[in-house]
Design a protein around this ligand. Structure first.
Ligand code: FES
Ligand code: FES
Length: 175
């Protein structure tokens, strides 16, 4: 047991760090939020359990499947592996924040290609596709395969077609 004046052991220091409130101002889908709870809480828990933004899914919880993919400052991130302490001042976009007045071109392409089967992985797939198209205007099949988000229903061919269609939509001149 830890005595009162002893320096904290690594385990107790870690516990203290987990419990210490770290005030965090962050933006989620364009709205400001203030988090002063558990600094180690994964963003996925905050989105789903605190804000009830349940479009972002829990799959593996270890950063492997991509079901929890969101954008942090525009870049794809695994929300299950992103602690709240790392998000001060950051802008987070979830599937709920993707569309404005109209569907995002990636969502439009998803509908046109009837991509979803059970749908569980699809929010993460769409967010990962948005990130890929930010980095590559015309991604190759290899680029698309490199996303690495898993789909147990095997919708990969339709995901590939939808990303190619979204790339075409996004390159069309705006009227
Ligand atoms: S739930 Fe986050 S990567 Fe699987
Ligand atoms: S659509 Fe079912 S897991 Fe991807």
């Amino acid at each position: 047991m830890q005595k009162p004046n002893q320096p904290p052991t690594p385990a107790s220091a870690d516990k203290a760090a987990r419990m210490e409130p770290v005030p965090n101002q962050l933006t989620i889908n364009g709205k400001p939020y203030f988090h002063d709870g558990d600094a180690a809480m994964p963003l996925l828990w905050y989105l789903r359990d605190v804000l009830r933004l349940t479009g972002t899914k829990y799959g593996c919880g270890i950063g492997a499947c991509g079901a929890c993919t969101v954008l942090v400052d525009g870049k794809a991130a695994r929300a299950c592996q992103t602690p709240m302490r790392s998000l001060a001042g950051r802008e987070i976009t979830t599937i709920e924040g993707l569309e404005g007045a109209a569907l995002h071109p990636v969502q439009q392409a998803w509908l046109e290609n009837d991509v979803a089967q059970c749908g569980y992985c699809q929010a993460g797939q769409i967010m990962a596709a948005v990130d890929l198209l930010r980095r590559k205007r015309m991604p190759s099949d290899e680029d698309i395969a490199g996303i690495g988000n898993l789909c147990r229903c095997g919708t990969y061919p339709r995901i590939r077609s939808a990303i190619q269609r979204a790339a075409a939509l996004m390159s069309e001149p705006k009227s």
